[in-house]
Design a protein around this ligand. Sequence first.
Ligand code: ADP
Length: 211
Amino acid sequence: MKFPSSHKTNPAFIILGPPGSGKGTQGKILGTIPRFVHFACGDLFRSLDTRTALGKQFVSYSSRGELVPDELTIGLWKAQIDNLAGTHLYKPDIDFLILDGIPRNVQQAKLLDQYVQVHQVFHLSCPNRDELARRMRKRALKENRLDDASDTVINQRIATYEAETKPILQYYPADHVTVIDATQPPVKVLSEVIQRIIQLPVYQSTSSQIV
Ligand code: ADP
């Protein structure tokens, strides 16, 4: 099935938080649950061939701690979602899409509204910027991430989050946002996300149809 582009019912949840808040950790775990499909925008960008024009653009923006331009990002997202739907790895009519790292600004949120219906945003909150920087430095060593390698880039990424990504929280209605303390152990964060999901009407109506 091709991803229905004019369809507004494809249900989605967003995991939103500063770099280092644990979006990927939570998204990966949620993606192992049947009917949940994890989409990590940063992973998609990192998988690009860096010899291509797109791959080169990604490296030039991410290595400065900046966002890749919106049209490019949403275009790539859409192409990947179409692939996943085309190969039935993602079934838009019954699966929940877990968006991690996208949208990253209000314009991206508006563009995504054409394709998915966002039922809840999980805000992984971590006001302690030193803790975020510590987590990013640790990740730079373990995962060889260029964009986490220097304090200048780390600070720029946190500043980009504050200026461009955080305003997304005001874009969605207040009852669509759940704030979760990201300094808790991952299992507690996960538990709060799941507790909220199972209360949502969209989950209750969709899960009762699945056998
Ligand atoms: P983190 O998980 O640490 O927040 P990501 O792995 O999601 O970081 O993203 C790494 C980099 O990829 C970002 O700094 C940015 O340059 C680029 N990127 C990822 N997602 C987006 C997006 N939705 N829009 C623009 N740029 C993005």
